[in-house]
Design a protein around this ligand. Structure first.
Ligand SMILES: [Fe+2]
Length: 330
């Protein structure tokens, strides 16, 4: 990524960037991601990611190697610590997400049961990827291989717009808060042995992040609310935390701050994981169609608040640390 990225004009690079909503989301046409990309195109795509928070490509039939090669133009792919998200043989940086099958194989319970134990409402599945770790990914690239003919959309929300849209007193309150992001937070264990609880105990991940984070590149202030992982703010009671989480989630997910994307085979979503949260609609489970998506995430840095104080790690190793034991094909 060159330092002139922000100044790159997409049109000069031959890209057709089509915004989809006022605050977030753009489709990018005029580029074949299977071909080698010159630096101007890479810079223009990155500029669009920073500007629109999530960008989408259609009809891009990358294989795993091509997906990783594309990702490497923008940063360093990480190996996810999420156990059981099967990586294709020889591609540890790719995670294949097959929603309906994954959880039953991992934890011996079906997805609906696990979800019901996982969060009080499906709206609490809104999240940025891997925020329980001290250095959440900077960006995620999700590629669709197989999709149902309808259903299974994903929605993203712009956290910079969410912060900017708060009243000044609430902005000040938000800037004063730090949230505990915890893997498996709020999960209601099964009676007796619960393989998910065992996994949480063996692989804990907990970090405390500022609720308002300064974007390391754009310097925007971001309302870092990730309710899939957050149940309390530091120093607040659980009751106080619950009320504030609801309020900030309502703010972040206002329809005007969101964009919804319909997947097709060959679709790619590429988002700034620092500046967005996302939610997968749970509306395709009844369809007898596979939904297979492949994910590559780029290493990110430790969030920093408006006061200049960074996040603190409570448990778990940084994502940027090599995970050799997971690098073997399986
Ligand atoms: Fe996600």
């Amino acid at each position: 990524m060159s330092e002139e990225a922000a100044a790159t004009d997409p049109a000069v690079a031959g890209l057709d960037v089509r915004p989809m909503a006022t605050h977030i989301g753009a489709e990018i046409h005029g580029v074949d991601l299977c071909s080698p990309l010159d630096d101007g195109v890479v810079d223009a795509i990155w500029s669009a990611v920073l500007r629109w928070k999530v960008v989408f490509f259609r009809e891009q039939h990358l294989d795993h190697a091509g997906h990783i090669a594309f990702a490497r133009r923008f940063g360093e792919p990480i190996v996810s610590p999420s156990r059981g998200d099967a990586s294709p043989a020889a591609f540890p940086h790719v995670q294949t997400m097959v929603d309906r099958l994954r959880l039953s194989e991992r934890y011996g319970q079906d997805r609906a049961q696990w979800l019901d134990r996982r969060r009080p409402t499906l709206l609490h599945k809104w999240h940025s990827d891997l925020t329980p770790w001290i250095d959440p990914p900077a960006a995620t690239m999700l590629r669709a291989e197989a999709t149902p003919p309808y259903g299974g959309d994903t929605t993203w929300a712009n956290l910079a717009a969410a912060y900017a849209g708060l009243s000044e007193p609430l902005q000040r309150l938000a800037m004063s808060l730090r949230a505990e992001h915890r893997r498996g937070v709020g999960y209601l264990p099964l009676p007796g042995h619960d393989a998910y609880v065992q996994d949480l105990q063996e692989n804990p991940a907990v970090s405390v992040h500022p609720l308002v984070r300064v974007h390391p590149e754009t310097r925007e202030r971001l309302l870092l609310i990730s309710p899939y992982y957050v149940e309390r703010f530091v120093e607040l009671s659980r009751g106080e935390s619950r009320a504030l989480i609801e309020m900030f989630v309502d703010q972040a997910t206002r329809p005007e701050y969101t964009v919804r994307f319909r997947w097709e085979p060959g679709s790619i979503a590429f988002w700034d994981n620092r500046a967005t949260i996302h939610l997968a609609a749970q509306d395709s489970e009844h369809l007898d169609c596979p939904r297979i998506l492949h994910r590559v995430m780029l290493a990110g840095d430790v969030p920093v608040g408006v006061d200049g104080n960074p996040s603190t790690a409570v448990a778990g190793r940084p994502l940027a640390e090599p995970r050799g034991e997971l690098a073997a094909p399986r």
